[in-house]
Design a protein around this ligand. Structure first.
Ligand code: NAP
Ligand code: HSE
Length: 440
């Protein structure tokens, strides 16, 4: 039976999951593959750390170069995280004609183009199913299952940590601080959770998805990115009154009309931000640390993938599926069977100021004659149409009164200009809060 040598760089959460699956499911994998996968090397950094799994000492190393130098390693599996060292390892592997599997969205979102170019030049494969939504097969769906279709939009809950936090805030009415601390205690959030709560992790994942869905060439800095730290229990309470719940969404869509960008290319929008969505919607049912992506495509219509976006075994399962797929290519002598994303961007990014959304606006104003009318006329002057209004009577007439508007679809630049004007008025006592509304 053909043997394929694997080198795994990283023996942490995901590396441990991969080794466990390769060992537990060895028989099944061999039967499905008609080949034997042999782990030739496992690299990590700290030789003093205890490891939950028993791996023969002969394969362990603290030098990732050992993976590159071993001619028996045909597939390098990068599970270290970070960008610079991972880039050096991945490009080192590709230059030597080794195939690569990686779970590293930060690497792909920032240096994916260089990696894909090198892989094409060396006729080797790069697989990265685990980089977005852990165990949920969204990459394979976009690359293969929907290769026949034209994707017009995708909306994802692609960060489990923030979804856990927002679900707990919605269901328990707690402030973000204690819920974030709980997420850290339970191991969902990192010791430094900045990348998750800032929306940065979701923006990296959106870049990877938008490239597959639309041929967009985006970097995280191109994505409109707003995190969840400014959200308060009050936002959830108000949202509920209008029939909404709050989620951190990653959104990428082709904009109408088709071909309206430079060179006749389609324009796409790309954004990550908290959004109100209808309480009974598919996405509202995605609770806790779960992930989901809703796709809108021309032939299939609306479809949704749902599952665990993180953790050793779900993520490890995606990595091992990549190793199996890639090994099939090796055995069939057909690397590049599933082409990497195109080098040139097929679409252009629409400026964020042109985004069109419905909005929730929370004004904090003096309770005096003419205030509501002035706000409504400032919105109307910028073609922003009001869909609903709520004001709560205050016992203390001198206290700021919350005045909440929901608008119909409006242009983001118009909305921000209206808010700036309203916030300059002496009757506005605190800066206006706004949250975009999506109908997924
Ligand atoms: P992790 O638990 O921190 O593990 C990282 C591993 O890489 C550790 O074993 C570490 O060694 C090793 N390492 C780091 N730098 C190294 C170097 N220069 N040389 C050799 N070994 C090195 O990370 P993880 O959670 O498994 O994540 C790995 C990758 O998967 C990341 O790109 C992450 O974004 C992605 N991912 C993770 C999840 C998840 O659920 N955790 C889900 C989807 C994608 P030591 O053990 O000695 O420290
Ligand atoms: N930190 C990520 C999340 C997991 O919370 O979804 C790895 O992608």
């Amino acid at each position: 039976m053909r043997e394929v040598g694997i080198g795994i760089a990283g023996f942490g959460t995901v590396g441990g999951g991969v080794l466990s699956i390769l060992s537990r499911h060895a028989g099944d994998i061999e039967a499905r593959l008609g080949a034997h996968l042999t782990v030739k090397k496992v690299a990590f950094r700290d030789a003093g750390k205890s490891r939950a799994l028993d791996v023969p000492a002969s394969v362990l190393t603290t030098r990732v170069e050992d993976l590159l130098e071993d001619p028996g390693v045909e597939v390098v599996v990068e599970l270290m995280g970070g960008v610079d060292e991972a880039f050096a390892l991945v490009t080192g592997a590709l230059s030597r004609g080794k195939h690569v599997v990686t779970a590293n969205k930060a690497l792909l979102a920032t240096r994916g183009q260089e990696i894909f170019r090198l892989a094409r030049a060396r006729s080797v494969d790069v697989y990265y199913e685990a980089a977005v939504c852990g165990g949920v097969p969204i990459i394979r769906t976009l690359r293969e299952s929907l290769a026949s279709d034209r994707i017009n939009g995708l909306v994802g809950i692609v960060n489990g940590t923030t979804n856990f936090i927002l679900t707990a805030m919605a269901e328990r009415g707690e402030a973000i601080g204690p819920v974030l601390a709980e997420a850290q205690r339970l191991g969902y959030a990192e010791a430094d959770p900045t990348l998750d709560v800032s929306g940065g992790d979701a923006a990296q994942k959106l870049c990877v998805l938008a490239q597959l869905a639309f041929g967009a060439r985006l970097e995280p800095k191109d994505v409109l990115t707003e995190g969840i730290m400014r959200l308060s229990p009050d936002d959830f309470r108000w949202g509920r009154e209008f029939g909404y719940t709050l989620k951190l969404l990653a959104v990428a869509r082709r904009c109408e009309p088709a071909g309206s960008g430079p060179g006749g290319k389609d324009l796409v929008e790309a954004r990550v931000h908290p959004a109100f969505i209808p309480q009974g919607s598919l996405m509202a049912g995605v609770r806790g640390a779960m992930n989901a992506v809703v796709l809108q495509s021309e032939a299939l219509g609306t479809s949704m993938l749902y599952g665990q976006g993180a953790g050793a075994m779900p993520t490890g399962s995606a990595v091992v599926s990549d190793i199996i797929d890639l090994t099939r290519n090796i055995m069939a002598g057909s690397p590049g069977r599933v082409p990497l994303p195109p080098e040139q961007s097929l679409v252009e990014l629409r400026p964020h100021s042109e985004i069109r959304c419905a909005y929730y606006l929370h004004f904090s104003v003096k309770d005096e004659p003419g205030v509501l009318a002035r706000i409504a006329s400032t919105l109307a002057a910028r073609s922003i149409s009001v869909a609903a209004v709520q004001q709560r009577e205050q016992a203390d007439a001198s206290a700021p009164v919350p005045l909440v508007f929901v608008t119909h679809q409006a242009r983001e630049a118009d909305l921000k200009a209206a808010i700036a004007e309203i916030d300059r008025h002496p009757a506005t006592l605190n800066p206006t809060r706004f949250i975009r509304i999506e109908s997924v």
